[in-house]
Design a protein around this ligand. Sequence first.
Ligand SMILES: C[S@@+](CC[C@H](N)C(=O)[O-])C[C@H]1O[C@@H](n2cnc3c(N)ncnc32)[C@H](O)[C@@H]1O
Length: 259
Amino acid sequence: MTTTDELPEHVRRNREQWDQWATEYVANGEVSWRLGPGDEKWGIWDLPERDLRLLPDDLAGLDTIELGCGTAYVSAWLARRGADPVGIDNSEQQLATARRLQVEHGIEFPLLHGNAEHVPYPDASFDLAISEYGASIWADPFLWIPEAARLLRPGGRLIFLVNATLLMLAMPDEERPATTELLRPQRGLHRLEWSDDDSVNFALSHGDWIRLLREAGFEIERLAELYPQPGAATDFPYVTTEWALQWPTEEVWVARKTG
Ligand SMILES: C[S@@+](CC[C@H](N)C(=O)[O-])C[C@H]1O[C@@H](n2cnc3c(N)ncnc32)[C@H](O)[C@@H]1O
């Protein structure tokens, strides 16, 4: 059992921050849990799964793990499509919402409180690992990507949604919208600490994502760069619709474990 003192510094800081933020994510969790197969919506622009087709066509009987599941609506979507999900999250408060929603919807699956960089499951336990703004941006990619590779069976898929690299270069901070200037170097892009809170998140250049994924034993099947539909709005202050119609705000990587 890892005590809070033994957690890496970024995991400890993010745990404290997400335990505080959890109440702000309850409403989105409630709405997202209600979305049935074919009606799922991704990311800050609510982009329809029907258009994006991020999920495998057939999830029946697949063992899945959601890395940084938060309120666990993505795992609920997978369960409704026939998968056997497990969720892991660093915030007990986020998991409290997930557990309540499991009971309300009658969809129950294991939820673990822990760090997705070190998951207490044996090698090759899962067919699909997925993360939507979870470990994908809040955990260190040089730790969680090899951990996802360890957890997956040969041929298993990894699907993760992150902030677009370009957005990370153009955003002053989490509270002010992205500009048309490059505000930080892409070279060495990795750990980001915004000035207005105590959280730590992570981003990589495309070249570094490709190198890391390939070194971990993945072949890359798809990089989807996401744009909103015209007229879409988001409550998040760090990007405007006008910006997001011109440059990608979000990216989804789909990779398959080889061997
Ligand atoms: C924006 S939520 C994403 C989850 C889900 N899509 C949602 O919106 O509720 C980010 C989640 O990542 C979790 N998280 C941050 N660092 C983590 C880590 N190292 N391991 C597991 N979960 C982590 C946070 O606790 C938080 O619940």
